[in-house]
Design a protein around this ligand. Structure first.
Ligand code: SF4
Length: 96
């Protein structure tokens, strides 16, 4: 264990700074989050539009990593839907 000054946590701004470059910053969040009653073709169409915007986003890797690391249960993040993230990391999601 090191002596001297205790380690301070990283500034929170560093953790969230990537969001300032998000392509979806000024987009209605309803594009990324499904209404409870949404199903089938309508849901897939909305997700496809959201994912196409993610495809242009300069911080897609950071966004996706955030969603995976916190186990975001809803919405399109980093070009992935909730079910795609479930498939990516089923073991990590179960143990969170
Ligand atoms: S990857 Fe998609 S959801 Fe994430 S910040 Fe970019 S546009 Fe928004």
């Amino acid at each position: 264990m090191s002596r001297g000054m205790p380690r301070l946590p990283r500034p929170l701004m560093d953790l969230w700074d990537w969001q300032s470059q998000a392509a979806c910053r000024d987009v209605n969040p309803e594009l990324f989050f499904s209404p409870e009653s949404e199903r089938g073709v309508r849901k897939r169409a909305r997700e496809m539009v959201a994912k196409s915007l993610c495809g242009t986003c300069p911080v897609q890797p950071e966004c996706r990593q955030h969603a995976l690391s916190v186990g975001e249960p809803y919405g399109v993040w980093g070009g992935t839907t909730e079910s795609e993230r479930d498939n990516d990391l089923p073991e990590q999601r179960k143990s969170a």
